[in-house]
Every structure is written in C-alpha cells, then in structure tokens.
Design a protein around this ligand. Structure first.
Ligand code: FRU
Length: 493
C-alpha cells in the first residue's frame, strides 16, 4: 500500500515527465519534472546501480522533500522509476531529507534517510527535529518501518545537536553495517558521527569520526566515508564556507579529507584536505563501490546560492554531474568521467601542433554534446604565452570562456554570456598544478553543463550553462604563442 501523497507524486510524474523529454540533458540525470538536489541512495542493487535524489516534483523550487528514483547499468543511460518516498509520516512530515541505501543479505533494499519534523517552540519560532529513518523495499516500492525513527536524539553523544543531525551514508563491511551522519557539535560547527549495526536496523553510536572545529565551513552536510587506494577518504559538504585564497568554494563548499583510519579511536587522522570540485555548481557528492572495484562519485551539479536562477521555460531544476571514477594519486583525490562515456563517442577529430596566437577555429571542432581534450604548451622554447583561452558554446552573443594563465598557474571559467536570465556569480578562478605552460583540459559538454577535468583528473570544475543549443562554435586564442593538440568526439547518447 502506498500513501496518498506518494501516489499523487507518481501520478504527477507519469502525466508530465513525457512532455519534458525534448528539453532534457542527454546524459545528466534530472528529476524529469520539478526540483532536485542531493543524490541519495547511490548504490548497487541486484546487479544495477540505483540513484535516488532529493525531489519536489510540483515546482522548480525546493519544497517538502520526496525521493525521486532512477537506475542504470552503465552510469550514462538511466531508467526512470516512480518516486520512492514522500513525507507522509508524522516523523518525516516536513521532509524525507538526504540518505543512502544498501542491499541487505536477504536481497531486500534498505534506504536510510533523515526524517524532518518541525515543531513550534514556546517563543513562536519553529525548530526542526531530525532523526534517521528506514524504508525497506524491492527496488521500486518501499515500506517505512513501524519502528521508525531508527536513530533519534537518544543515541547521540553529549553536546550533539538533535536539530542538525542528518544525511546518513551507510555501507556494509562483512557482517556489519556502518553509517556516518552529519551533526553540529558544542562549538556550533560540524562533526561526523560514526554508528554501527549488525542488521542495519538497530544502530548504536561508535565515535566522533571527524570534527570541523570551525575550519572548512561550519555545519558539515552529506558525509561519505570509504577506503581508496590505501587511504581513508571523508567527503563533506560544508555550509558557511569561506574561501582560503583561491582554494575552496565560498558559500556551500565541498571538501575531501584524506588520511588514515585510527581503528582504536575510530577516528580519521587527517593528512590532506582539498576541494573536490572547483566549479560554481557542485554539492553533496555521494559515492558507490561498483562491482568491478571502482569507487564512483556523483554530485548535485548546482549551488544553493544560484539555484533560483533558471530558465522560465524549463520544467525542471537541478541535475547531477556525470558520474566520476575516483583514485588517489600522490595523496590527492583524482577524478575522471566514468569510462562508459567513451562508448558514446562518435567520429574522432584530431589536430596536432596547431599554433595559436590570434583567435582560431578548427574545421570539425564544434558541437554541444561532446568530449574534447586540449593539450596546451608554449609555442616558443623558453618563452611562456601570457594566456590561453578556449571558447565553447559560442555564437555572436554567447560564449563560455576557459582561460589558463601559466605565470600564476590559474584557470578561470567565465560563464557570464552563457544564457542566464539574470546576473549571478558567473566567474570562478582556481589554482592548478601545471608547470612550464603545459596543461591538459578535458571538456565534457551536455545541453546545460560544462564539466572540466584538468591534467588527467587532478582537478574537476562543474558549471551549469543555459546557452541555446545552436550556439555550438568553439575557438582558441592566446596572448603570445601556444601550441595545441585537440581530440574531439561528439557524444551520441
Ligand atoms: C544538502 C541538504 C541536506 C539535506 C537536504 C535537504 O544539500 O541541505 O543536508 O538533507 O539538502 O533537501
């Protein structure tokens, strides 16, 4: 039996999503209709990969959170499933917030999410209470447990907040289940709490896995924790982040803490901290361990600060990044688009040793659905060019500009002329680890996005654009002399 509220959402999806198909991105997940934010429950289930997301089908604005649902076999082609959860119980009446999923040993699919219940206080203000709740199902339909909530304030350590207690990420390790959950500690800043369970239903608190101490933002949302190439990695999405130089997003940021898990204290000993994505649009990443051992990450390709700026005509708001394979190289996080994207490549067009000084176009190098790699180096030995630019999604009126300055080793992406209906933050500068004027830029374009991967995944930067599809020219320019190699494939998804 599904609730009236969930039934309504499913009927609404069935009625309206078919009309939105002509304006959807080709290979980035959206809600089909309405609003989405964080990816949830990104995990393998019965040989496929499921992805849920924060979802409000009825408007292009955030509203009472449901969970939307898609699944895939290759991370590129997604099948839409009916909405999985609606905020239809007293303990989650104000939203089924973010969470995760795991396949149980008996083959059932368990979802754990944050149930939100707003309560008016004596002083007239509303406070929300957040608890962790469970729903179990078969990959399409889910039933919330009678015993919900599964983890409430009574399980919290002293000083932990019952109001900022959200976004459980669960995983199975042998015959035990673990969960990391975001919380706000005594000093008002974020903590990540570790819980464990033998059956994924009854949970107990283990330890404080990591704490923010007012460094790297304040409240840490949407944690994920996993082993990768011999290291332990914690991903968090901090609110109220201030930038440090050109490092880290101000506002709602994203951070990766790499270190070693101290088994005795059940604590992450930090060795390195870096931003996950340097673009304007990236938040709340979540990962899964694929059947072949790859750790794959997906994130909300949007930003809370700019999420009210969209095209009036679009029936949906928010999309996910392309899923990315993660690695650790030299103690740092490396990310590249899933290799399955390569199966969608069409004809290859390539150029070698092209001299670039004034603006140049190359025959066959254009398009709006593509995978293009540009390798840049100085054109004269011993003499650096001052800057190099690639313009994409270009016509007389529009362009998105990627500029590299070797002297300062910085990249700038400028989407000022990329179809936004009003002015928002459109420019981001960030440092790169290139040397001697050599840099490799891989650009993935879909209808409403540009994702940039620098130097074989050393850095990634994601940007939403709303440039009309017809603006498909690409050109190159340099101040000084640069030499480039270009390899371009159209993507046929
Ligand atoms: C992060 C977040 C989560 C919360 C969800 C609500 O984007 O604020 O902490 O669970 O969104 O939609």
């Amino acid at each position: 039996m599904i609730s009236k509220m969930l039934k309504r959402a499913r009927e609404f999806e069935k009625k309206y999503i078919p009309y939105t198909l002509p304006v959807q991105p080709k290979f980035h997940v959206t809600g089909g209709i309405g609003w989405i934010n964080d990816p949830n429950g990104f995990a393998p289930y019965k040989g496929e990969y499921h992805l849920f997301f924060q979802y409000y089908p009825y408007d292009v604005r955030w509203g009472p959170m449901h969970w939307g649902h898609v699944k895939t076999r290759d991370f590129i082609h997604w099948e839409r499933l009916p909405a999985a959860l609606a905020p239809d119980e007293d303990y989650d009446k104000d939203g089924c917030f973010s969470g995760s999923a795991v396949e149980l040993p008996d083959g059932r699919h368990l979802l754990m999410y944050t149930g939100v219940r707003n309560v008016r206080q004596r002083n007239g203000r509303i406070k929300d209470f957040q608890t962790q709740c469970i729903a179990i199902g078969d990959g399409t339909d889910y039933r919330k447990l009678e015993s919900n909530p599964a983890i409430d304030a009574s399980s919290l350590p002293e000083g932990a907040s019952p109001h900022d207690f959200r976004d459980p990420k669960i995983w199975r390790d042998g015959d035990r289940f673990y969960a990391v959950i975001g919380n706000r500690g005594k000093d008002g800043s974020g903590t990540i709490l570790l819980f464990e369970s033998s059956d994924a239903i009854h949970w107990s608190y283990v330890s404080l896995l990591s704490a923010c101490h007012n460094q790297y933002g304040r409240m840490w949302e949407c944690p994920d924790y996993f082993e990768l190439d011999g290291k332990n990695v914690l991903l968090v999405s901090p609110q109220e982040m201030t930038a440090i130089g050109l490092e880290f997003h101000p506002g709602n940021g994203n951070v990766c803490l790499i270190g070693t898990h101290d088994k005795k204290r059940q604590h992450l000993m930090r060795e390195h901290v870096q931003a996950i994505d340097y673009g304007l649009d990236f938040y709340a990443p979540q990962t899964l361990l694929a059947g072949d051992g790859r750790r794959i990450m997906i994130a909300w390709m949007q930003n809370w600060e700019t999420s009210s700026c969209t095209l009036q005509s679009l029936p949906f708001m928010g999309q996910m990044t392309v899923p990315r394979e993660l690695q650790i190289r030299d103690g740092r996080l490396i990310q590249n688009p899933v290799r399955e994207l390569e199966a969608c490549r069409g004809v290859q067009i390539d150029y070698h040793n092209v001299q670039i000084s004034s603006e140049t176009t190359l025959s066959g190098i254009s398009g709006r659905y593509l995978d293009m790699t540009v390798k840049v180096r100085p054109g004269r030995e011993g003499s650096l060019y001052r800057w190099f630019k690639v313009y994409v999604a270009r016509d007389g009126e529009h362009r998105t500009t990627i500029r590299y300055k070797p002297e300062t080793s910085t990249l700038r992406v400028d989407r000022t002329h990329s179809g936004f209906p009003h002015d928002i933050v459109n420019v981001r500068d960030f440092p790169v680890r290139s040397q001697n004027g050599e840099i490799t830029l891989r650009i993935i374009l879909d209808r409403y996005s540009i994702e940039l991967f620098v130097n074989d995944g050393e850095q990634a930067a994601s940007f939403v654009i709303y440039t009309p599809e017809e603006a498909a020219a690409i050109s190159f320019a340099a101040d000084g002399l640069a030499l480039i190699d270009v390899v371009k494939y159209d993507l046929d998804v």
